[in-house]
Ligand binder design. Structure first.
Ligand SMILES: Cc1ncc(COP(=O)(O)O)c(C=O)c1O
Length: 361
């Protein structure tokens, strides 16, 4: 066998990020939108793509999409301009760019566990240390403990996820403010708001040009566009300038830019879709309560629940046997026996609840 040059020692030991897909009728495991965007959106993308100059590099500054995003946000959050926005290939690439710019050997970020696993994963891939604070048994953050640990460890970036994946909990405004007041002397606060439109509060309320806070968003969930790989962040201009140094030139292709710009013309449809998902989330939570199954109140498009007697693994398999795929978190650290269901269509949610009733009753 020919010589295989070793990767970095720290990378060799790192497990990858896994999210297994199975061929089932109801895929309720990756927090996608169960509904596609409207037909009008699809036609708008086709028209835009037909008009592309394929021999030219895309607009490096992503001007139209950033301008439309600023217009989308400014009504609720005055002061946001196109210069406060950075767009990339999914919010995962947005997060990675933050780590490329502020992480690296000798630096650490801080996460509140359990949370979205990619925060720690991307940090480690970029050679950044990870400090973990445990959430309490109900998955809320102990604010006093957090503030003390932050002061002692002084991470270069502190990650909150609100609503938090996989628990669905929104971080209270007072906690976000306290964390921000603490970290602003030594680092950035990053609030991952992939699911923000499903909740009733956004950290964008704390946005201003002098605050070292980044809020990340995605088109994958509320905009029903996981296929497009589009995410963005909102932050003070000096942060955007640093990110533009770390990102590759022409990183965002013209088709993705066209899809994002087209999507923003269908905001009313997006809001209506989100309202339907929120209603369906209520139906799932009511169904779980009727079955006497423990679950955590969610402000997102998924619900974390724990079948009794630590039977998460068995229940997951029995759901698969009934062609329903949910996320199996039963063996994840701090999530013993838990499963997470993504809100689907009313038919899918009914199928899930019927299968679950069949298993547990
Ligand atoms: C909290 C959170 N942040 C970011 C992402 C990544 O989203 P994107 O598809 O924009 O990369 C996800 C995806 O599930 C997520 O749950």
């Amino acid at each position: 066998m020919s010589f295989r040059p070793p990767v970095r020692d720290d990378l060799a030991e790192l497990p990858g990020y896994h999210s297994p897909q199975l061929d089932v009728e109801h895929r309720l495991n990756t927090n996608e939108s169960p509904e596609p965007p409207p037909l009008g959106f699809q036609q708008a993308v086709v028209d835009r793509v037909a008009a592309l100059e394929w021999n030219r590099y895309p607009d490096r500054g992503v001007t139209e999409l950033r301008t439309k995003l600023a217009a989308h946000h400014v009504a609720d959050h005055p002061g946001i301009t196109p210069d406060n926005i950075f767009v990339a290939n999914g919010s995962n690439e947005v997060l990675q760019t933050i780590m490329l710019a502020w992480g690296g050997p000798g630096r650490s970020i801080l996460t509140f566990e359990p949370t979205y696993a990619m925060h720690g994963q991307i940090a480690r891939v970029t050679g950044t240390g990870v400090i973990e604070i445990e959430r309490q048994d109900d998955f809320t953050i102990d604010a006093d403990h957090a503030i003390t640990t932050l002061g002692e460890t002084r991470p270069i970036a502190t990650f909150l996820c609100s609503p938090n994946n996989p628990t669905g909990i929104v971080e209270p405004p007072e906690l976000v403010q306290r964390v921000l007041d603490t970290v602003c002397d030594f680092g950035l606060l990053v609030v991952d708001e992939a699911y923000a439109q499903f909740s009733d509060w956004s950290a964008l309320e704390l946005f201003d040009e002098d605050t070292a806070m980044i809020v990340t968003r995605t088109f994958s969930k509320t905009w029903a566009m996981a296929a497009a790989r589009l995410g963005y962040l909102i932050a003070p201009k000096w942060i955007i300038e640093r990110l533009n140094t770390a990102i590759l030139p022409y990183h965002l292709d013209a088709v993705s830019q066209a899809a994002g710009s087209a999507a923003l013309d269908f905001e009313d449809e997006m809001n209506a879709r989100v309202a339907r998902m929120v209603e369906q989330r209520g139906a799932i939570q009511a169904g779980l309560a009727d079955l006497g199954i423990e679950f955590w109140p969610s402000q997102s498009n998924f619900v974390l629940f724990r079948p009794s007697n630590n039977s998460g693994n068995e229940v997951w398999q029995q759901l698969v046997d009934r062609s329903v795929l949910v996320r199996n978190c039963a063996s994840w650290p701090r999530l013993d026996g838990c499963l997470r269901i993504t809100v689907g269509t009313s038919d899918e949610n009914r199928a899930f609840l019927a299968a679950l009733a069949d298993i547990v009753l």
